[in-house]
Design a protein around this ligand. Structure first.
Ligand code: TIU
Length: 225
């Protein structure tokens, strides 16, 4: 397919228009510790099946995007092994007995290089797909995502991953303030809290799409055909 043709995706609050050459798929934090049974997320008492329902639709969308040869980015939330990029406030927030940097079920919790920090095998990045290691919830703060997007001519993002109201929402808001359009396929994002998932999507698409657009992977795939 020509990459300079405009494609239209049925979305809320109105159709999302994109030019493939300047639109990247960015998959947020599909990490083992958040999604796998036995990981940190489950250790905290969360039901990981609420996030795991996003794996299959992400696989389908990623496969279609890769087949077109379009740009793919991945993020991971985590910190340097010396925890130099971990704000003390983030370390102690929640008053949990086990916090970031401590030994967890899949290595040190949210530490770069540990098994639990890595991306699930089902969505593992291919060579050439940049992995953005981020210390915060948003993918722009303290990372090289913005220069990478500028250098590659990326103007729009399809944002998927977890969690809807935390890292996905924060990234969409950061992108919006930098002048980028974001489309969020609702079946490709998930939350441990169903009501937060719904609210997180509403916050993006309400008020005329104040932060972006919400759609479904089926509608993106239909636009790709
Ligand atoms: N990736 C992401 O959203 N990290 C979080 O901390 N999510 C929570 O829901 N806490």
């Amino acid at each position: 397919m020509k990459t300079d043709a405009t494609l239209y995706v049925e979305a809320e609050p109105y159709p999302f228009e994109f030019v493939p050459a300047t639109c990247a798929l960015i998959i947020i934090d599909m990490q083992r510790d958040f999604l796998e049974p036995g990981g940190f997320g489950e250790m905290l008492g969360n039901d990981v099946s609420l996030l795991r329902r996003t794996i299959a639709p992400n696989q389908r969308l990623l496969a279609a995007w890769r087949a077109k040869g379009w740009q793919v980015l991945h993020t991971r939330e985590g910190h340097r092994p010396d925890l130099g990029c971990l704000p003390p406030a983030k370390k102690i927030r929640g008053r949990s007995p086990t916090t970031i940097g401590d030994p967890g079920p899949m290595g040190r919790i949210l530490v770069r290089g540990e098994a639990g920090h890595d991306i699930i095998s089902e969505l593992y990045p291919l060579p050439g797909e940049a992995i953005i290691d981020k210390p915060g919830k948003g993918a722009f703060y303290a990372t090289d995502l913005h220069p990478i997007m500028q250098n590659r001519g990326i103007k729009q993002l399809i944002v998927t991953g977890v969690t809807t109201e935390v890292c996905v929402n924060t990234t969409v808001r950061e992108a919006n303030d930098r002048g980028y359009d974001c489309l969020v396929p609702e079946d490709c994002v998930g939350s441990y809290f169903p009501e937060m998932h719904v609210a997180g999507l509403m916050m993006i698409k309400e008020q005329g799409g104040i932060f972006g657009w919400v759609s479904h992977s089926d509608k993106i795939l239909a636009a790709l055909e």
